[in-house]
Ligand binder design. Structure first.
Ligand code: SF4
Ligand code: SF4
Length: 163
């Protein structure tokens, strides 16, 4: 045992952790909450549900209000009014929205107690690595405005029952 001549008590300093590691989702500021979004826009892809089997399929069709170049919502403040199926995510409804969120979604990851991926903008400072890692829908999506009938949507199914 070392002979102590002076003692410094070492404790883990929670304040040195980034906010997403020491702040519960329901205690984050609005700015912190918004910054968790990596901008992938995967939750803006249109999903279809089979009425009989309840199977949910994701299409490569993006909401008409998504800026396809920047992957940003062009009506963010009015989104739930203009698009009734667009849900405003809150700490209280995350679990109910898992079917709309990819497994990479930070809200889902933090809710499940997991780490943010290394490409997340909060770790890299920008969206470049997220884009390069193929997380965003930039290279797979087209605007829903290209379709003429609801049946046409079936041609754009890319995955079913991802959760
Ligand atoms: S899936 Fe999650 S991280 Fe991606 S845009 Fe939607 S809310 Fe943001
Ligand atoms: S309204 Fe905006 S946030 Fe909602 S699905 Fe459309 S583009 Fe995405």
């Amino acid at each position: 045992m070392p002979s102590f001549h002076g003692i410094d008590i070492l404790r883990s300093d929670m304040n040195k952790l980034p906010f997403w590691k020491n702040t519960p989702l329901n205690e984050m500021t609005g700015e912190q909450w918004e910054s968790l979004c990596d901008g992938c826009a995967r939750c803006c892809l249109i999903k279809l549900e089979d009425e009989d089997s309840e199977e949910i399929c994701t299409t490569s069709l993006a909401c008409r209000y998504l800026d396809m170049q920047k992957q940003l919502c062009t009506c963010y403040e009015e989104r739930t009014t203009l698009v009734p199926t667009c849900v405003k995510l809150t700490p209280d409804n995350i679990q109910d929205q898992f079917h709309f969120m990819p497994q990479t979604c930070a809200y889902r990851l933090i809710y499940e107690g997991q780490e943010l991926p290394e490409w997340h903008p909060l770790l890299t400072g920008n969206r470049d690595l997220m884009q390069e890692s193929g997380i965003s829908i930039r290279h797979i999506a087209v605007s829903e405005t290209v379709i003429e009938t609801e049946e046409d949507m079936l041609d754009y199914i890319i995955d079913c029952d991802e959760d």
